[in-house]
Design a protein around this ligand. Sequence first.
Ligand SMILES: Cc1cc2nc3c(=O)[nH]c(=O)nc-3n(C[C@H](O)[C@H](O)[C@H](O)COP(=O)(O)O)c2cc1C
Length: 165
Amino acid sequence: MKIQETVQIDQRAFRDAMGCFASAVTVISTTTKDGQAVGTTVNSFNSVSLDPPLVLFCLGREATNFDHFMSSGRFAVNILRQDQDHISTGFASDGSNFFQTLESETSNLGNPLVPNTLATFDCEIDAIHDGGDHIILIGRVSELRHDPEGDPLLYYRGRYGAVTT
Ligand SMILES: Cc1cc2nc3c(=O)[nH]c(=O)nc-3n(C[C@H](O)[C@H](O)[C@H](O)COP(=O)(O)O)c2cc1C
C-alpha cells in the first residue's frame, strides 16, 4: 500500500507565489431568487473549451453570494477595463450591494451586466466541480461581446496594474 505524504504548504507563501501570476480582473454577476443584482470580483476566470464554448471560475465556499450562484444556474463574466479598479474594489468588499451604485443592463439570460466593460460573456452553468475550499463553476457561453481597442485592468502581487506596450 502506498503511504500518502501530507506536504504542508505555507498559505502566505502560496499566496505570494500565486501573486506572480498576473491576471485580468472580472466581476462575475448573477441575481438572487428575488431578482436583486449581485456580483463578486474574481481573477480565477479562464477559458476551457472552444467547442462547446466553455469558461470557468473558482468561487470560495464561504463567499456571501455563494447560494445565489448555486440557485440561479447562470452568471455573466464582466472583464474590467484598466480604469475600473474602483469597481473591482467595490465588488470585492460589497458584492451584494455594489450594483446599486451602477447603471447596469440585463443580459438575455437575465444576468446583470457591469456597464462599459472590456468584454462580457453571458453563461449558463454547465457543471460544478469540487475545488477544495472553492468550487469550480463551468459556464456555457450563450452570448458575448468585446471592445477590440480597450486595455484590461491587471492584478498581480496584490496590486492593480496596467498593460504597457
Ligand atoms: C483581484 C481580486 C480577485 C479575486 N478573485 C477571487 C476568485 O477568483 N474567487 C473568489 O471566490 N474570490 C475572489 N476574490 C475575493 C472576492 O472578490 C471577495 O472579496 C470575497 O469573496 C469576500 O467577500 P464576501 O465575503 O462578500 O464574499 C478576489 C478579490 C480580488 C480583489
